[in-house]
Design a protein around this ligand. Sequence first.
Ligand code: PMP
Ligand code: GLU
Length: 397
Amino acid sequence: MEVLSHRINRLAESETLQMAKLSRELRSKGFDIIDLSLGEPDFQTPAHICEAAKKAIDEGYTKYPPVAGFLDLRQAISEKFKRENNLTFSPEQIIVSTGAKQSIANVMMVLLDPGDEVILLSPYWVSYREIIKLGEGTMVVVSSTVETNFKTTAEELEKAISPRTKIFCFSSPCNPSGTVYSKEELQSFAEVLARHPGIFVISDEIYEHINFTGKHESIAQFESLKDRVIVVNGCSKAYAMTGWRVGYIGAPLWIAKACDKMQGQITSGTCSIAQRAALTAITADQSETTRMTAEFRKRRDLVLSMLAEIPGIKSNHPEGAFYVFPDVSAFFGKSNGEQLIMNGEDLCNYLIYHAHVTLVTGKAFGDENCIRISYAASEEKLKEALKRMKDALAKLS
Ligand code: PMP
Ligand code: GLU
């Protein structure tokens, strides 16, 4: 007898987490797997942040925290928004959650009613799609290709808008493409949205600090969008704190209050110790973040130069995050004599078993022609993985 709800039955498992699980399973069976599937910095959380957590335990931060987050942390985030983004969010407009993933889920849950449309730019991050489903919204996708380096124009955005559009959600730097929108490009989006005052923007800026263009730009800076942008950010990527689960939003007060109410019923706020560590991460010296970003940039260059040596791979040019999203459609219809490659998923499966490298199919992000390579791994591992991929792909004809 089927007893699970319609809601969970409709929900797909996260393909990124699924691939990471598969990598762990294959490794435990003795396979020498190089895992380039998960978007997770391979660095350890910087020592001063870990020390802050130890101190928090000793100081007795072991009780329920305020649901929205400790006030001093929200004050520090408010100051961070001013200092780094020139955005004004009072501490009351900031809600700390169990990762940016929950921040996004909160916002979708509090804004969406059945049938409301959410515009996503494809390729998009996998969880947006499923969170929209949970919120009973309808996803409207604006597609882009490797030819435009996965950028969408303001005209394309405008065409996707309908009277039912409630939210426009995107990430810059983007997961999975690494695409970074410039101030001028964001302004052209803002001009379109100015003509549609009923649309809210979820600006996912979790990769803010892993940006190789020199400066991060937020769509929240434009006056015409005042009171309509929810900025999502967190500690996972900038501070290598994926396991600590700290994300946050800066939002219009009424949306922040609704998110507070939501998580008051489902999580009671995020871990008190992780919040104390986050306070140190955000307020202390940022040189570890700068160092990690420089390292990611070197790896990006390495991966791009090695991909350029693989016939059939058409790569984009990421300017942030730690992913490359190449078009691999040249391999479709090819075979190694046993396995026929028809799409990105087949190619990922082929590479697991013939190169022992795990990646994520582009289909998870809305583009079947592509695969996602996470280069959040050591140079040594990246070199070995790309060599193995090149050899395995050469066997397809
Ligand atoms: N947004 C994007 C674009 C992401 O890649 C991720 C993946 N970590 C998240 C949000 C969620 O991050 P977290 O929940 O770890 O803060
Ligand atoms: N965001 C990361 C990724 O895209 C981590 C996995 C996840 O949160 O789904 O791989």
